[in-house]
Design a protein around this ligand. Structure first.
Ligand code: NAD
Length: 484
């Protein structure tokens, strides 16, 4: 396969010098070389040459050329490509998982689920495409849903394969061609993903990848008039910049941004189930998850029992080597993320929150990499910085409430609205509470997923939706033809 050219295994260092443009691996025009660092011990495991504006423009030109034909493909043709992509990604689940563990420090027990969810995005898109009425007619009017054009896909580092699969599945289903700019912290994972797409045999120019910095490659995608749409997963600040700068060329945008998700523990909850569920929600993906349930809202009457239950349940969340299937919490992705989390833990203590478990510094025996102590704060007020800002690490804030109405008010008292959870025994009551939470998804009694259900945020958590039919609509324009 052509990929041998992109990664050369030297002694121990992997070297990536190419982008994938117009159906071929091409040497980078950009010359900046970035180290790929293993988060478990801080050693350099690879080097990647980053692309520049010229690489990006070449990729956009290829995607624009390919769109002329690909934009006119039928539902059946696109469905066939989605099936090929599903087969190709499914065949590489283990390789993608291994790359996520090595390069990002994702724990293998979670990384595999993430990658499998990515593979499942393709059949979900195929189903969504099948159900979407791309053509409707009445009288002398015909309404069609047309692919929006060349799409720029920009992803974050914390679940790279999933984001690429989700965005690519929607774009291909809609008939768009793409230029992908993955997080520069995900280059090894991206190489495996490129190999998958090569194996799926998409037409030349339909899928292009430029690895590079956001402010260079991402910015070129955002301002280039030949890119019709940006689908972005990342931070609020960058998302706002894309919306603002994209306005100059009237970009369509989908923004999947941050969260500070509430988990409401109702007073009838069975703590033996609810606390482990709340900790999974908070600590999944080592806390580096946009959906992480980092505010646990607990009835005052049950606070002391909850503290005891958290102490006991934390034993099931050991820190360690992410390749070990018994480990629940791996390192943070980078020194920058490690420092960011430490500063939030310090801030929480300064603001008067009490450390129930964890705290500052490395866990004992894990001083070499970017490991942090999973930390649970109690006595947290919702207005504290640690309860309002996204920390993006394994830090949980326990906030006490008086009544159900109080819990709903606190849950909604956030600029974010991506994800939420309700834990309780009376299912009717849990549903009633869930229906009052202003966020894109609410799960009841534990983390769960559905590739057909929309994903996306209210408020600062974003604009638009991904997954299945909802995700595909974001890559389509509606055209009406009327005969007189
Ligand atoms: P980030 O915003 O720093 O980077 C995301 C991507 O944007 C990267 O590829 C980056 O290179 C690129 N970028 C940076 N500057 C850019 C610019 N000026 N123009 C265009 N692109 C630019 O985010 P991150 O640190 O990689 O990821 C963490 C954030 O992502 C968190 O806030 C998290 O909540 C969010 N996230 C959201 C979801 C979701 O589905 N809502 C999922 C995962 C992560």
């Amino acid at each position: 396969m052509a990929t041998g050219k992109a990664i050369t295994d030297g002694e121990t260092i992997k070297t990536i010098t190419t982008h994938y443009i117009d159906g071929a691996f091409v040497e980078s025009h950009g010359r900046e070389v970035m180290d790929i660092i293993k988060p478990t011990n801080g050693t350099v495991i690879g080097r990647v040459t980053l692309g520049d504006e010229e690489d990006t423009r070449r990729a956009i030109t290829a995607a624009k050329r390919a769109f002329v034909t690909f934009g006119r493909t039928t539902k059946e043709e696109r469905a066939a490509y989605l099936r090929q992509l599903h087969a190709a990604v499914s065949a590489r689940i283990d390789d993608l998982t291994a790359a996520m563990v090595e390069e990002y420090g994702g724990v293998v027990q979670f990384a595999k689920v993430i990658v499998e969810s990515g593979a499942n995005a393709f059949p979900a898109a195929e189903k969504g495409l099948g159900e979407l009425p791309l053509t409707q007619s009445w009288g002398k009017t015909t309404v069609t849903m047309e692919p929006v054009g060349v799409a720029g896909l920009i992803t974050a580092w914390n679940a790279n394969a999933l984001f690429i699969c989700l965005k690519l599945a929607s774009a291909i289903g809609a008939g768009c061609t793409v230029v992908l700019k993955p997080s520069e912290l995900s280059s090894l994972q991206t190489q495996v993903m490129i190999e998958c797409v090569v194996a799926a045999k998409l037409p030349k120019g339909v899928f292009n990848v430029v690895i590079g910095r956001g402010e260079i490659v991402g910015a070129e995608l955002t301002r280039n008039p030949d890119v019709a749409k940006i689908s972005f997963t990342g931070s609020v600040g960058v998302g706002q910049g894309i919306m603002r700068d994209g306005a100059a060329t009237m970009k369509r945008v989908t923004l999947e941004l941050g969260g500070k998700s509430p988990t409401i523990l109702l007073d009838d909850a069975d703590l033996s189930k609810a606390i482990p569920a709340a900790l999974i929600l908070a600590l999944m993906n080592s806390g580096q998850a946009c959906a992480a349930g980092t505010r646990l809202l607990v009835p005052k009457s049950r606070l002391e029992d909850v503290k005891l239950a958290i102490h006991a349940a934390m034993r099931a969340f050991p820190v360690g080597d992410p390749a070990d299937p018994k480990i629940a919490i791996g390192p943070m992705v980078s020194q920058k993320q490690y420092d960011r989390i430490q500063s939030y833990i310090r801030k929480g203590i300064e603001e008067g929150a009490e450390v129930l478990t964890g705290g500052e510094g490395h866990p004992e025996g894990f001083e070499a990499g970017y490991f942090v102590k999973p930390t649970v704060f109690v006595n947290v007020k919702n207005e504290m910085t640690i309860a309002q800002e996204e920390i993006f690490g394994p830090v949980l804030c326990v906030i006490a409430y008086d009544t159900e109405e109080d819990a709903i008010r606190i849950a909604n008292d956030s600029r974010y609205g991506l994800h939420a959870a309700v834990l309780g025994t009376d299912i009717q009551r849990a549903r009633r509470v869930a229906s009052q939470i202003r966020s894109g998804r609410v799960v009841i009694n534990g983390m769960t997923d559905d590739p057909d259900a929309p994903w996306g945020g209210f408020k600062f958590s974003g604009v638009g939706r991904e997954y299945g039919q909802y995700g595909m609509e974001a890559f389509l324009e509606t055209r009406a033809i009327l005969e007189s």
